[in-house]
Design a protein around this ligand. Structure first.
Ligand code: AMP
Length: 280
């Protein structure tokens, strides 16, 4: 496994790398969710590149950029054990020079769901992802369905900008009790961690209601919100949304399937999760 901090050295190494190349962009503090992406990338590519970069431009002014969990040694050991080919760990200054003035805005999609609560988040995400795609020139890139809106935004960007890269999305990896793995789960206190499993339970409740024939989005959303408020102390819901999966447009009535998305504060920690509601 080769580790690069320098863009030019990585580019030089990639010139001789066997294709197809699979890219897995991460912010580090790696967990089984990230590993699922890397394993998928290994399956379908000759060369796998993992990037670790806590991207400052996707964090709002009052968000957790400074205290975002980091453990590079742990990450490197894990990546070694997976036989990752290249790891790219750039410095902030090499990706954002003082006169960085170019941004990627994926309009419309970036205003929905997370967009209401994190206004410049997706501008930061799309910009860094395009930069990483340009640097690593992959054939495939891998993203988690855990961040469903991010997947749609990246797909839209790749289509709109005519990039010749396949975007692959990987199912959410969960803890034994259903909580979606997230680097931010370490923020939870013991009690919060216990009750956080109710987020997934609320998604399953929605699926059960849909299977029973309830297709009115308002009714399902109300049941989900009530479940969270009742079962998670100190919770504050940012949104419970039922939308079409790719356009992220709100649905009143669910036909065959829909994306149910949740953002909820559990104490001081903001968590997101989602499920595709579908007829089994
Ligand atoms: P992050 O390091 O949180 O920016 O995540 C890097 C990539 O891993 C993103 O594409 C995420 O969607 C994906 N990811 C994060 N958590 C999970 C999970 N629990 N299951 C699957 N993929 C995940």
């Amino acid at each position: 496994m080769k580790i690069y901090n320098n863009i030019e050295q990585l580019r030089e190494a990639i010139k001789n790398a066997e294709r197809p190349i699979g890219l897995v962009p991460t912010m580090g503090f790696l967990h089984q969710g990230h590993l699922a992406l890397i394993n998928q990338a290994k399956k379908y590519n000759k060369t796998v590149i993992v990037t670790i970069f806590v991207n400052p431009t996707q964090f709002g002014p009052n968000e957790d950029y400074e205290k975002y969990p980091r453990d590079i040694d742990h990450d490197i050991n894990l990546l070694k054990s997976l036989e990752t080919n290249f790891v790219f760990i750039p410095e902030r200054e090499s990706l954002y020079t003082e006169n960085h003035n170019t941004w990627v805005n994926v309009e419309k999609l970036d205003e929905k769901l997370e967009g209401h609560f994190r206004p410049n988040h997706f501008k930061g995400v799309a910009t860094i992802v395009l930069k990483l795609l340009n640097i690593t020139t992959p054939d495939n890139a891998y993203f988690g369905q855990k961040d469903a809106q991010q997947v749609q935004i990246i797909k839209q960007m790749v289509a709109d900008l005519n990039l010749s890269i396949k975007i692959n999305s990987i199912p959410t990896v969960r803890e034994y009790d259903g909580l979606a793995l997230s680097s931010r789960n370490v923020y939870l206190t013991k009690d919060e961690r216990k009750s956080a499993k109710e987020i997934y339970q609320s998604l399953l409740l929605a699926q059960t209601l849909f299977e029973k024939g309830i297709n009115n989005a308002e009714i399902i959303k109300k049941n989900v919100s009530d479940h969270i408020i009742k079962n998670i102390k100190n919770s504050k819901i940012d949104y419970v949304s039922i939308t079409q999966e790719s356009s992220l447009e709100d649905l009143q009535t669910i036909k065959d399937s829909a994306l149910l998305s949740i953002a909820v504060h559990v104490g001081k920690t903001r968590l997101i999760d989602n499920l595709i509601l579908s007829k089994k």
